[in-house]
Design a binder for this molecule. Structure first.
Ligand code: SAM
Length: 253
């Protein structure tokens, strides 16, 4: 139990991200620690960047411009080491990769998603971050994934859309794509408190027209541990009525 895990306490605000106080604890202590959930703070440069990347009047672009107000992209970006090559599973319109590229944080990335309109929007967006090369592919998680391994593999707000029998495979395949020393960045929505889970369910019913089901984050943690990844960062973040669980796992070098 020598590995250290950072718990980060997110502080106030409805539209952004976090000032963080990171505590280094032993993983044993961390896993026993009470869950810390506090609203998060300002997100000053992510939303403008999203507006620049998605500047047309389509519905998909409009959603991308507003997404930084409900999803903690500042925290997600911060987890990615500079110069990384990233695989983003269920990338949607490519907002995460686009933001990372716009900040010069990555040297390239591949995103794939089951939604053809989202991938079309991602391809259009990718021209704005040249010369950083972002490659977007129309693929479901049940199809053949892009080959190779990556410094960072991310799965952001996708698991609750994935059919339950496929979820363990998704985690396993994601983990397999992580290079030694690389990271698996997992974020999904909270199951507790119930009112936040219900609020997000209502959101997905309207936006995705899907009655979603939550994957317990503890199950993802346990599977990653069994696969040999170590939990290096855990963070719970509230934005408006949305509750987020961010976990970062590292494949030992
Ligand atoms: C809430 S969106 C998140 C998009 C993106 N990760 C982000 O954070 O902006 C969920 C995405 O998961 C994708 N998705 C759902 N089921 C999928 C599947 N079986 N295979 C691939 N993508 C899937 C949807 O098409 C959608 O783009």
């Amino acid at each position: 139990m020598g590995a250290s895990v950072r718990i980060v306490i997110a502080r106030h605000s409805c539209n952004g991200y976090v000032r963080r106080d990171a505590l280094a604890l032993s993983s044993r202590a961390t896993l026993r620690a009470p869950r810390l959930i506090v609203p998060s703070e300002n997100n000053s440069n992510v939303a403008p960047s999203a507006r620049r990347l998605f500047d047309d009047s389509s519905l998909i672009s409009t959603v991308q411009r507003y997404r930084p107000y409900i999803c903690p992209f500042a925290e997600l970006i911060e987890q990615v080491p500079t110069g990384s090559e990233v695989l983003d599973i269920g990338c949607g319109a490519g907002l995460y990769l686009g933001l990372l590229a716009a900040q010069g944080r990555i040297r390239g990335g591949i995103g794939f998603d089951a939604s053809l309109p989202a991938i079309a929007a991602a391809k259009t967006m990718s021209e704005k971050v040249a010369p950083i090369r972002l490659d977007f592919r129309h693929l479901g998680v049940d199809q053949e994934w892009p080959g190779g391994t990556f410094d960072v593999v991310s799965l952001v707000d996708v698991m609750h859309h994935v059919p339950i029998p496929v979820r363990r495979d998704v985690t396993r395949l994601a983990a397999e794509r992580v290079r030694p020393g690389g990271l698996f960045i997992y974020k999904d929505m909270v199951r507790r408190p119930l009112w936040r889970a219900v609020a997000n369910r209502a959101h997905d019913l309207v936006v995705a027209r899907q009655w979603i089901s939550y994957e317990p984050v503890e199950a993802v943690e346990a599977q990653c541990r069994a696969i040999g990844l170590e939990l290096v960062h855990r963070q719970d973040i509230n934005m408006l009525w949305y509750g987020h669980e961010l976990r970062v796992f590292r494949r030992p070098a």
